[in-house]
Design a protein around this ligand. Structure first.
Ligand SMILES: NC(=O)c1ccc[n+]([C@@H]2O[C@H](COP(=O)([O-])OP(=O)(O)OC[C@H]3O[C@@H](n4cnc5c(N)ncnc54)[C@H](OP(=O)(O)O)[C@@H]3O)[C@@H](O)[C@H]2O)c1
Length: 338
């Protein structure tokens, strides 16, 4: 792909059911010139995240959808390569939200300067970025794990789940991770130090989960929904807390089908005094400084480890994104754009 052009991936059509390659289109455009007060960004890394699936649909949600024909939305790490803005110099590395493209113009609003000496800059999209903040705030503010309690989290090898389990252990709780396949389970147990790992693809997954949680579940950090929720739900203890962070099993055109779940759920909320509380990380944006301080220290001491899954080249973003929705990523999924 030519570096003299802006390569961008646009939403070609809205998915009907699962996302397909036809829903994306690669375009080449002239690299724009920065106007007064603007900077030109060269994108180094693009974050691929589950929320992007929601942006492809024209459904009412907490954020507006991407319009058909527009560049797919996404967090990025970028280098300033031309600047008419006194706050940014050529060579600055910034966290931006410039989407699935190789270059972008910004007026500087919403950019955060990064210091590459502190941590690899890609971590600002993962453990030190939005997914890390989501794990930190959702677990500590909504889940409130206590020493000795059992915390269960699914998608446990991903950026949100892996941080949830490790922070739970730092707070003295027992961390049980749910992940797809033996390799991911071994990673969360042996490398990240989860107390137990259960494969949600195993035919006897509910029984294995029950054995891994002999004292029931006090905090279930919900990332997945569907069959995983069904297995966790009967294990919830009285006064259990359920931060509802994501429902990835329902994102890609396979919504809930079992309508009897609602009465069963409502009865348990009542008789077990459950707290089931949805959240979007932005609600807790004021905790970002405390999060960065704590997470940087945990990374320094090795109490939190992270894994990245880096895909080479913007053209491979659609395939990698479709893989994310099927569990083919292993760690924080990031595209190296340049
Ligand atoms: N509320 C917020 O503010 C907020 C912010 C960030 C993220 N989130 C949510 O947090 C969740 C995790 O995000 P992430 O960035 O850390 O993603 P991630 O773990 O890197 O990737 C998603 C993982 O979900 C698992 N998965 C996909 N389909 C599944 C299914 N049908 N059943 C069970 N597991 C399935 C796969 O892991 P396995 O192979 O292990 O199954 C896949 O690797 C998502 O639901 C996301 O929407 C919410």
């Amino acid at each position: 792909m030519s570096q003299s052009k802006n390569t961008r991936i646009v939403l070609a059509s809205r998915p009907k059911g699962a996302v397909t390659a036809e829903n994306f289109r690669i375009e080449q455009a002239t690299i724009p010139s920065p106007g007064v007060g603007e900077v030109l960004l060269k994108i180094l890394f693009l974050s691929l995240d589950p929320y992007m699936r929601g942006r492809m649909d024209d459904a009412k949600s907490y954020a507006a959808p991407v319009e058909v024909g527009h560049v797919m939305e996404g967090g990025t790490i970028a280098e300033v390569i031309a600047s008419n803005n006194p706050d940014y110099a050529v060579g600055d590395i910034v966290l931006a939200h410039s989407g699935w493209q190789s270059h972008a113009i910004s007026d500087g609003k919403g950019l955060t300067k990064l210091d590459p000496k502190i941590a690899p800059v890609s971590t600002a999209l993962g453990v030190l970025g939005m997914p890390g903040l989501t794990a930190y705030t959702g677990l500590l503010t909504v889940g409130r794990p206590q020493p000795g309690e059992t915390v269960v989290v699914a998608a446990a090898s991903g950026p949100v789940g892996s941080a949830v389990g490790q922070i739970a252990r730092i707070k003295g709780a027992r961390a049980v991770g749910i992940a797809g396949g033996a390799e991911k389970c071994a990673f969360i147990r042996d490398e990240l130090g989860f107390d137990a790992a259960v494969d949600h693809r195993a035919p006897d997954f509910p029984e294995q989960l029950q054995r891994a949680c002999p004292d029931g579940v006090d905090v279930y950090f919900e990332n997945v929904g569907g069959a995983v929720w069904d297995a966790v739900f009967p294990l919830l203890n009285t006064f259990a807390r359920v931060p509802v962070c994501g429902l990835i099993s329902q994102y890609d055109g396979s919504g809930p089908s079992d309508s009897d779940r609602l009465p069963r759920l409502m009865r348990s909320i009542l008789v077990k005094s459950l707290t089931i509380r949805g959240f979007i990380y932005r609600e807790f944006a004021d905790q970002r400084p405390a999060f960065l301080l704590a997470m940087s220290e945990w990374l320094r001491t090795g109490q939190v480890k992270y894994r990245e899954d880096i895909v080479e080249g913007l053209a491979n973003a659609p395939e990698a994104f479709m893989g994310l929705l099927k569990g083919r990523n292993f760690g924080k999924l990031v595209v190296r754009v340049a």
